[in-house]
Each structure stands twice: as structure tokens, then as C-alpha cells.
Design a protein around this ligand. Sequence first.
Ligand code: FAD
Length: 439
Amino acid sequence: MKVAIIGGGLAGLTAAAYLSENPHVEGILFERSPQLGGRAFTYEKAGFTLNYGAHAIYGIDRHTLTNMERELGLSFSSKQVDKRKVFYAKHNQLTAAPLDAINLLKTDLLSTMQKVRFVGEITAIIANIHNLKNYATLADYLAESNADEDVKELWEHLVCSNFFITPEDARNVSGAVISEYYHNLFLSTKPVNYVLGSWAVITNQLKQKLTTSGKWEIALQEGVESLRYADRKFVLQTKNREVAFDKVIFAMPVQQVIKLLKGTAWEPFLAPYESNTATEVMVYDVGLSRVVARPFSYISDMDNKLFISDVSATDHTLVPEGGQLLQGIAYLSDRFDNEEQRKAYLEEKNLQMEALFDKHYPGWRDVTAVKRVSKKAMVSSVKNIASNNLLPIRVENVPFYFCGDGCTGKGELAERAFSSARTAALSIVQEVQQALQNV
Ligand SMILES: Cc1cc2nc3c(=O)[nH]c(=O)nc-3n(C[C@H](O)[C@H](O)[C@H](O)COP(=O)(O)OP(=O)(O)OC[C@H]3O[C@@H](n4cnc5c(N)ncnc54)[C@H](O)[C@@H]3O)c2cc1C
């Protein structure tokens, strides 16, 4: 069986790596850019290793990447972010983020009674008996809850942080999605880990599996431009060639899937996914030639909804000797009346971010060796809010498979790319086995 995978990000590489283990499957992985990795692309600059998207893994002991490590024979190390150095700042007051029981006891965000109540909420989520899962959105749950405003704000801020979204969007996340997410995270003994050495450690090994299988071609700088059905095959066209395949996996942002299938017979079936909005953030990476301060591994400004991670405090492999790598991220609203308003908003976020750097990392401006600011980085191709529809791995009346962080799957962000890709690949393997049994 010949399979095409369109997109060489985490999802495409994962699907291809699983399929490369099957002796009856061969294929081509098409990637339109000059390198693999997609939004998990890593590059070196002045001795710093910079990721386009960060490489934090939430709940690694229960994460799809841990299944992949075992099933695909991957080998990587990870390190836990120091939980005692994760802080929230609210109205100029710093306090421990309530990530676990010890931090919860220390935090000033809640009173003793509120802490008791919050522990009760966490316990109910872990036991899967929390009412939240029955509400259409977090806003609906909070409206009926008799919790204090501080507890409500904490719920909202947790969702902002884990889904990389603004409070308005956090209120619009479905109760079932939040329940499932925190059920997993609260059960984890390793809530936030970094893959040591960046995403490249994972993408290089996935690529290696394809190369050594001898059955997979990696076609870089070969974007798929169109697709048609002829002689019981799917014919993909790139600028260089036309190739026929038995199966096709789309491993790219949903917006690009829709674009590629425009004008085909399959377009109408994708209409429900056309108006999805993406999660976009502002990213402010700075590589410093020396460590200016190390008060936190993560500091979240609850008032302005932005945070700074001291990435090198956890992953020292990313910096030259004595250096420091800080990543600032601001959750962005996408509700503007006009372009002027959007520009002014982004400018304000930039100033708020620099003020946060000035406050906790004084002197950072003088020792900045590398700086990268992106005002519109796509964290997730579909924001997981109730008004959006994640793209299913299979869509009725459409013969293709879909995977990526805008598809249905376990977890958020990169985990959804991994989990949907794994499911898509394993479904094809199952079909191959069934076909062989029927011969
Ligand atoms: C700032 C930022 C921070 C992040 N932090 C984290 C984090 O801490 N933890 C976490 O888990 N996740 C994080 N993420 C999210 C994570 O990076 C993404 O979820 C993941 O990389 C998405 O992978 P993907 O394969 O689904 O999509 P992509 O990476 O977008 O891959 C799709 C690929 O398809 C290619 N393509 C598109 N169209 C075509 C075509 N027609 N032909 C051929 N190729 C095509 C593209 O070039 C691209 O390489 C972050 C992202 C950002 C931006």
C-alpha cells in the first residue's frame, strides 16, 4: 500500500514513523518548507537553540509521547520544571502557583477556606465526579457555582495558562474538555517537563526511522498543490511531479486542509470546519550572554495574561556556557473592530512584556545576544473553545485521514498532534491487516 502524508511537522512525522514499521506500507512525506518540524522547528543562533514553539510537555508520565517512546523505541531525556519556582503575580503581589498540595498551602491567592474548597474541586476532577464536565462552557459552570471570585479567577487563569488563551476564551472552553484535561494533569506526578535538547531530539529520531526503513521518501520543498481521484487512486500534484497513492493523510493546520481541498468534491463535507479560529500568541524570546537573575522558572502576570519562562533554568542544553534563555508569551484576543485597534493592542502587549522583563530580569537589555519577537505565532490551529469544531481524524464521505493539533485527539497543543497522528496511522495499519486477511 502506498501512503502520502502531507505535512512534515510533529503530526506528519509521527504518522510516518508508525507506518514505517509496517512491511506492507511505503510512502512519501511531502513538506513544502526546506526543513522538517513545522511549528516545532528548532534552529541555532549565536550558540542558543531556539524553538519556534516551546517544548514543554504537560503531564509527561501520562502523555502520548511516552507511549511513542515505548512503541517507536524513541530515546530522550526530560527534566521537570522546578515547581517551587513557578509563581503568579497579581496586583503586584507574588505568590506560589497552586500546582500541587505544597504550593497550594503556600499560595496567597486563596484563603484557607478557599484552599479547602479548591482541593475538593481537584479531588472531584481526579475522581471524575466533578460537575464541571456537564456544563457546555466554563462560564456556565462558574455562573452556577457559589465559589468565591478568587476561586473562579483561579479556574479561569489555569485554563488561560494551559490552553494559551485569554480569559474571554477560557470562559468559552467546554466543561468536558477542561475536566478531561485536568483529570490527566492532576493525576500526573510530572506536570511540566521539558524534552532536553528541544523538539529536534524527537523530530530527528522520527526522521531517522523513515530513512532507515528504506520505504519512505522525504520530499522537502515539495508542497502538494492539488489532489484528484483517478483510476481508484488519489493523485497528488506538486510542482515537480504527479504521484498516485492508495491513502492520503493530511497532517497540516485545518485552514490549509480546507484550502487544498477547495473546488474538489470533498469541499462541502469540510464546511463545518471552515470558520474555526486558531490560538495565536505573541512570543518574545531573548538569549542573554549571562544569567541576569534566576528568581523563577515561570512567572505569570495574572493581570495582563502574559508569562515568562526561564527555559534554560530547566533545559541548560539550549544556551552557551553561562547564558540564559527566556521566553515571554502573551495570550492574544482576536476581537478587534479594525486593523488600527489590533496594532495598538499588540503594541501594548509588547510594552507590558518588556515591563515584565524589566521588573524581574533587570539588565536584560544590555546583555541580549539573540532576540526574536513574533506577534502572531500559531500555537494551535484550532482553538479548543465551544464555538469551534476540532477536525475528526475521519470525516464522513471523505476518504482521507486527518491529524495535527487542530484534530480530535488526547490533550492539547503538541499532544493533540501526536495523539491524532498515532490514531490515524494505526487505523491504516489495521486496514492493511484486514485487507491481508481477506486475500
Ligand atoms: C509559541 C508556541 C509555543 C508552543 N508551546 C508548546 C508547548 O510548550 N508544548 C506543546 O506541547 N506545544 C506547544 N506548541 C504547539 C506545538 O508547537 C504545535 O502543536 C505542533 O508543533 C503542531 O504540529 P502539527 O504537525 O500539527 O502542525 P505543523 O507544525 O504546523 O506542521 C504542518 C506542516 O505541514 C506543512 N504543510 C502545510 N501545507 C502543506 C502542503 N500543501 N504541502 C506540503 N506541506 C505542507 C507545513 O509547512 C508544516 O511543516 C507551541 C506552539 C507555539 C507557536
